[in-house]
Design a protein around this ligand. Sequence first.
Ligand code: UGA
Ligand code: MN
Length: 261
Amino acid sequence: PQVYVITPTYRRQEQLADLTRLGYTLKHVPNLLWLLIEDSDSLNPLVADLLKKINVPFVHLNGKVLSILIPNSLSFSNISARIPEEYQKKKGKPRGVSNRNLGLEWIKKNATDGAFYFADDDNTYDPELFEEIRKTVNVSMFPVGVCTPYQVSSPIVRDGKIIGFYDGWKAGRKFPVDMAGFAVGGKFLLSRPNATMSFVMGKEEEDFLRSLDPFEISDIELLASNCTKILVWHTRTQKNAEAPAIDVKYNDTNLVELRKI
Ligand code: UGA
Ligand code: MN
């Protein structure tokens, strides 16, 4: 079965470095389609060039190009992969939600089987993770290494059954998991037309998993050898706050202009 990887991404100093690392990781995985979805009004040509160079099967989207890429899917036209304006200026805005929702719409329209996974662009993935994800029928879960004193976020498993969750931020959630800790079957998504991610910061995973109703903890499929292996880490690339925002422009192969954005 196909694995669909939905990656939200946005323009920043570290973007091309993060996407280079992720892209060449995905290159080790057969039967994979990478949906790279920009939180932007226009596609970044440097990202497009990088995708072509890495040459992993991909779909490169943002809100505006959808009508060109998928002309018959009118329902796409009112969905934007840009974070809604009301959230843009908020401190602590929900990150990557509109792009992931656009990915969900793409999956609903185009995928009939297989499984999809939300893969943030700055995490670290063992290619074996995607072979595990391929086994997903409904909703699967697996441990995520986290670079905090908690060290891991994972379902707690006893005798092959899930008896709870270990996570540094439980916050009364029914499904206290990391964004990188679950995958969903394509057919299962089609059977849940209300599936969507909310813009409530910190509740993105929770609200998405709740939107899969009917879906209970006992339905979770446990991967990575009953959740004993860590195949993904929630890493973060250090940001250099001092660096000026520069937009690098290319004319064919020549660097022609640097300007502030
Ligand atoms: C954590 C979670 O893993 C995210 O899935 C969640 O969206 C986020 O927290 C949250 O709760 O706000 P974290 O590492 O803190 O992730 O967030 P980022 O890596 O900065 O962003 C998550 C994803 O969204 C990345 O793929 C990033 O490229 C993308 N993003 C971020 C956007 O598309 N637009 C933005 O303005 C910011
Ligand atoms: Mn991150």
